[in-house]
Design a protein around this ligand. Structure first.
Ligand code: ADP
Length: 282
């Protein structure tokens, strides 16, 4: 099956998307989980093939920005889909609380150096959008400062797009109930206890603030050259299908080409045949 799953998930332009009424759950055209997993595996094979071409072509690059509330599955989707490519041609960059030196620069300083060079894929696990999300919700800088950042972000992304970087931005959308269930399930898994964080519980009060902050991002930073996709993520296997399909379609639209051979292949084949014949006679 090659149905383009992601088309429904593009945030429409010029219309304010309401996260509250946007579905967090979907099953798509799949009869069951096994069928969906097969679809994801098929997409990944095709992605790997296209990544090879992108890597060899050395002309364009791909930036995938991944944002999500806690426990929405960023790590899972990187492990199971986005990161399933040749590590020589792709890098995952995780953006944490800025260090002192990062904070002493403009907010895009640490981001720009992680943008993918020609032939490469960069996956941003969190991104420059934190500077209008967590920063806004927690009042880490004055409002006048974060308000100006939307324009800086748009200019930055336009600059990357001009330099042959294809950009897609993915938001994993989970319901509050699913998020709470995932937090709670961590209590029953000792190997996940390290993930427990008091701020997950205090962030409860900020749920609405984050929703508003994301909606503003979608409204103000969603041009065709750097579109947002809101992926229903309550259902992990559907989330993986949708992201795999989106990544595949993006690479297909980039249409990377292998360079033409610089030699006469048939001439070289004759030389090898002759040499092989000689070496087997010896
Ligand atoms: P993750 O939740 O992505 O798995 P961590 O648990 O290490 O990784 O959390 C990273 C933290 O860094 C998040 O709380 C995020 O909000 C914070 N962070 C990222 N970028 C910024 C920023 N620019 N300013 C402040 N905090 C940030």
């Amino acid at each position: 099956m090659t149905e383009p799953l992601h088309q429904d998930f593009r945030v429409p332009k010029g219309k304010r998307l309401r996260l509250k009424t946007t579905p967090t759950s979907a099953t798509g055209p799949f009869a069951d989980k096994d069928e969906a997993k097969l679809f994801t595996a098929e997409c990944i094979k095709k992605i790997q093939n296209l990544q090879y071409k992108l890597f060899v072509e050395q002309k364009q690059s791909l930036l995938i920005v991944l944002q999500a509330p806690d426990a929405a599955g960023k790590d899972g989707v990187i492990r199971k889909v986005l990161g399933r490519v040749n590590p020589q041609g792709s890098t995952v960059h995780s953006f944490k609380v800025p260090t002192e030196i990062e904070r002493s620069h403009d907010f895009l300083w640490r981001i720009h150096s992680c943008a993918p060079p020609a032939g490469q894929i960069s996956i941003f696990n969190r991104s420059h959008y934190e500077d209008v999300l967590v920063v806004r919700v927690n009042n880490l800088v004055p409002k006048e400062t974060w308000q100006r950042r939307y324009e800086h972000i748009n200019a930055f992304e336009a600059n990357l797009a001009d330099a042959q970087t294809k950009i897609i931005k993915i938001y994993l959308h989970i319901s509050r109930t699913e998020q709470l269930q995932r937090f709670k399930s961590r209590l029953d898994m000792p190997e996940k206890h390290w993930k427990l964080n008091v701020s997950d519980y205090s962030a409860r009060d900020q749920y609405e603030d984050y929703r508003k902050a994301y909606e503003e991002v979608f409204a103000r930073c969603n041009p065709d050259h750097a579109p947002w996709y809101v992926i229903p993520a309550d259902n992990k296997w559907f989330r993986d299908c949708a992201v795999a399909s989106l990544m595949l379609e993006t690479l297909q639209s980039m249409n990377p080409q292998l360079p033409e051979p610089q030699v006469e292949v048939e001439e070289i084949r004759k030389l090898y045949d002759a040499e092989l014949a000689e070496s087997t006679q010896q």
